[in-house]
Design a protein around this ligand. Structure first.
Ligand SMILES: Nc1ncnc2c1ncn2[C@@H]1O[C@H](COP(=O)(O)OP(=O)(O)O)[C@@H](O)[C@H]1O
Ligand SMILES: [Mg+2]
Length: 238
């Protein structure tokens, strides 16, 4: 059975500064993946890479045929992707990037890569739709992969320990559809931040998948979450 890990742009980058990597986040993810070693599909967000340019060019989840900026947003995402893949390779973790537009038909490819010991990696991106070009977040990609693969578990790694009743308040051990969560905005994010992430998490949990939130900056906790063990973070119950 496969696990899908979404590593937020909030883990890999500093979201308030353009194209600024967080080396600590990269190392922590590498360490957890090294410790895990079982079949896993990785998805990453845009952080201050994609989101920065998306915001600059006025791109969001609403589609548009005004294509100015599409090239630069995608180039920025590919830079972040390349740096992540390089960093993981240094730890002996071999990844295989799959562009999000190809995912619809990628089930066989993904299963093949997993069998061969590779980690398929995808990311948030600009994609064409009937109504125009739009940003799909890494979280959206996780939903798509969950429908495609029926994973055992989905782990959302962020730069905070999990979902709080409100930022700075109590960490919620569990959240359900009725949970009251206060959202506040942090850095560049054109795709709806935590609010949209939670609605995606609920949809995946309803499919019978074990869904968890954890800090991507704490490799020990992240590893426990990947293994399905008890950890510091938030479980989704629907
Ligand atoms: N109630 C809350 N609980 C946890 N995080 C919250 C909350 N409200 C706002 N946030 C912010 O949401 C961010 C995570 O969402 P997002 O920026 O989209 O992360 P990612 O880049 O990992 O997708 C956290 O960095 C945090 O600052
Ligand atoms: Mg996000």
């Amino acid at each position: 059975m496969v696990v899908v890990l979404k590593v937020g742009g909030s883990v890999l980058t500093f979201k308030d500064r353009r194209e600024r990597l967080n080396p600590k986040g990269l190392r922590s993810v590498a360490r957890a993946l090294k410790g895990y070693g079982s079949p896993l599909v990785l998805v990453h967000g845009g952080g201050s890479f994609g989101h920065y340019y998306a915001e600059l060019y006025g791109f969001g989840v609403r589609p548009s045929f005004e294509v100015s900026g599409v090239g630069r947003i995608r180039a920025s995402m590919l830079r972040l992707n390349a740096m992540l893949v390089e960093e993981l390779a240094k730890s002996g973790i071999e990844c295989y990037t799959i562009q999000p537009v190809m995912l619809g038909r990628a089930k066989r490819l993904i299963l093949r890569l997993l069998r061969d010991g590779l980690i398929p990696v995808s990311f948030g991106d600009v994609v064409p739709s009937r109504a125009g070009y739009k940003i799909v977040s890494g979280d959206d990609i996780v939903l798509k992969l969950s429908k495609l693969l029926g994973p055992e578990r989905v782990v959302f790694a962020m730069n905070v320990n999990g979902v709080y009743r409100r930022l700075g308040g109590e960490l919620l051990k569990e959240i359900g559809l009725g949970s009251e969560v206060g959202f506040s905005k942090g850095g560049f994010d054109v795709t709806g931040g935590l609010k949209r992430k939670l609605s995606i998490a609920f949809r995946i949990a309803k499919m019978g998948v074990d869904v968890r939130f954890v800090s991507g900056l704490k490799s020990g906790e992240l590893l426990k979450a990947l293994k399905g063990e008890e950890h510091l973070g938030t479980l989704v119950r629907v």
